[in-house]
Each structure stands twice: as C-alpha cells, then as structure tokens.
Write a protein of this length. Sequence first.
Length: 233
Amino acid sequence: MNLESIKETTLLNVVEEMSIAAGIPRPRVYIIDSDAPNACAVGRDPQHASICVTSSLLDLLNREELQGVIGHEIAHIRNRDILTMTITAALLGAIIILCEIGWRLQYVRGYEGEEEEGVGSRAGCLFFILFIFFLIVAPIIAKLVFLAVSRSREYIADAHSAMFTRNPLALASALEKIAKAPAVKLGSAATAHLFIADPLKRAIGESEGFWADLWSTHPPIQKRIELLKQMAI
C-alpha cells in the first residue's frame, strides 16, 4: 500500500470515527488537489452531506490533528450549519436584489414625477431621503448579520470538535499549522465561510478589534487556538 492510499484510508477511518462520536451517518468524503491546507463541509442535513479536505491538509496534519479538523466539520453537519448559512445567504441576496429593484423603481418614479408635477413636496423629499438611507443601510446590516452568524458557528464547531475527540489540543495544533502554512488562496468570497479557516488569507481575518469582528467570515485563528487550549486546562 503506497503513502497516498494510507492517507486516504486514514481519512476515511477518521471520518467514520467522528461520525459515530457525533451520532450521524458517515458523510461522503472528497479530496481537493490543492496546496492550501483546508477543509469544508457541504450539505443540507446529515443524510445529504459531504466533507472535502485538501491534499495538502492530509500531508500537513498527523492523525490526531486530522481528527480535530474532521470533528469540526462533522459538527457543522450535525448542527445543520450549512443549511443555516445557505438560508442566511439567500436572505442577504434577496435584500440586496429588493434594494436594487427599489432603487431602479424610485429612479423611474422620480423621472416621471418631474415630467408631471415638477418639484416634489417636502414630505416627498423626506420619504426619498429615508428610502435612500434604507437602500444603503439594509444590505450592510444584512451582510453584518451573515458574517456574525458565520463566526459564531465556527466557535461552536470548535467546541463540539473538542467534545467529539476529547482532545481540544488536537484541533488547536491543526489550526496552528494551517495558520503558518504559505498563503495559497482557495475558493472565492462567496464560499469562504464554508472552510475551517479563511481560504482567501485576508488580513482582516487574522486581526482582532471592532472592524475585524464586524467584517471577517472567521474568528481570528489565534483566538480560537487560545480558547481550545483553555478547554484542555
């Protein structure tokens, strides 16, 4: 048996173990040929779920660390986080589309009003200002809610991984290795929230503070590592 077969067998065994620990059916497993060490889970429920890991992640982690990562992804599946984030993303998209439609309708209405009535009333001007404010603010608020949900799901999945493996230091060590790996982008902004670590390696995701907390898809890796280490005390 060659090295690649051993790694694939180990991966399947680990997924089986973590599925049993979580009490869910074993999801389908895929390997992504990529130099970016990362992993993600997809699927609307435990019966229709898949886990994807990159080839470089299998090369980088030992068995215990791999258990921590898989436990994290299994937690997302058991908690139906993918469905939650899909619904949240759909609502965000709907709000943006409705705002875009509203903007275009208001433009047409304003143009026709100038033809028929001339300058609008003071109440009409106030309504227009409030309407523009809503068009600008609503998508921003929706985006912030989406990102906040994404970050909270990561913390919960980390905690459940520690519970499944009974070894929070395993995931902490895996995250440390992932954080130190060379920056190789994977996926896109639309799929970044699916991965265990930000696949785009954006600087804001590695920093702490008010703005980073607002705009990043993932909590800072160092903060996640610290919390996991505290669980082991």
